[in-house]
Design a protein around this ligand. Sequence first.
Ligand code: NAD
Ligand code: ZN
Length: 357
Amino acid sequence: MKTLEVRLPGKEYRIEIGSGILETAGETVRSVARGKKAAVITDSNVDSIYGGRVRKSLKEAGFDCFTVVVSPGEGSKSMEVYSEVCEKLLDGGLTRKDIIVALGGGVVGDLAGFAAATVLRGVDFVQIPTTLLSQVDSSVGGKVAVNLNAGKNLAGAFHQPKAVVIDTDCLDTLPDRVFSDGMAEVIKYGAIEDADLFRRLSALGGRTGIMSEIEDVVYTCVDIKRRIVEGDEKDEGGRMVLNFGHTLGHAYEKSGGYSRYTHGEAVAAGMVKIAKIGEEIGITRKGCSDEIRDLIRTYGLPDSIEIGLEEYSQAVGIDKKAEGREINLIFIEDIGKAVIRKMDTLRLIGLIRGVEA
Ligand code: NAD
Ligand code: ZN
């Protein structure tokens, strides 16, 4: 098992990464808990595979535990499900001293984390992420939220977990598409911060290869996220580099009605496109977009998604009067070296037209 410490003023926490560590998750929760009760929040898929193991471990560690199960999928990140979950937590007898255990992917982590941030004016929680995306990204950093009709993640909080338990064995049961989805964020870390990681991913050649070194790869990604979060807990500056590929990615997600493409598929195509634009305007070393494209293909992700200029314009907020505005865009100068540049949205659309011509 490998461990990392997240150091935020007054909110230090430990991240454990290893194979088979679900079995001892109870002890980890015990080491940070103040009360006797643990409420596990999970979705029905994860509950059926891992729920029993986690409950057993919590009971062995002396917890009186109960479980709140939600339906799998983004639909559970809603105000309705959030309020049902809070009611069930109180029905189960949760008090302010007790602890919530978020067991599942990013949906469960965000929902359970937001419930933890708000129920009884805030209780402690532990993240046990079970998807690749949640292990390398969403479980670390304390952003928790549910969606509103007005948009994704619009009701939320910053609420850091007390510990994060990452059992990489959980990845064995992920469907290929969910695994690839998380790989887009892994590739992103390489592209923005770590050229060695990028080349290693390329050498590992796909899901089978990467699983032979998964503990180390997840550790490397979480360490990058930890460093960036420590520098900018509330997302006011440096954390922005994590948005590499995401501005155009959001346009693809939106055009697909948030269901046709996964987040990772959209981000993958977004990274290739923004790298091409960067090459075009002389920020990015020529050849980077091809290298990203090749790696993306290796992990079963799409290297481009076709949408109209109108859809790009809408996604970056260009209104009917066609007035542009300055946005922060993340480019790379080379693999492993991200930079933040301000750009007018109208210029961005012009450049997209240019690289597509
Ligand atoms: P998810 O939680 O919906 O999980 C994907 C699917 O995999 C679900 O059907 C789930 O039941 C299933 N699953 C989970 N673990 C499994 C396992 N070990 N074996 C088999 N099946 C398993 O999706 P996700 O991609 O993990 O998370 C997406 C969410 O994360 C989005 O809502 C996004 O907004 C959020 N997110 C949050 C942050 C943050 O910083 N808070 C960052 C990135 C993404
Ligand atoms: Zn992302």
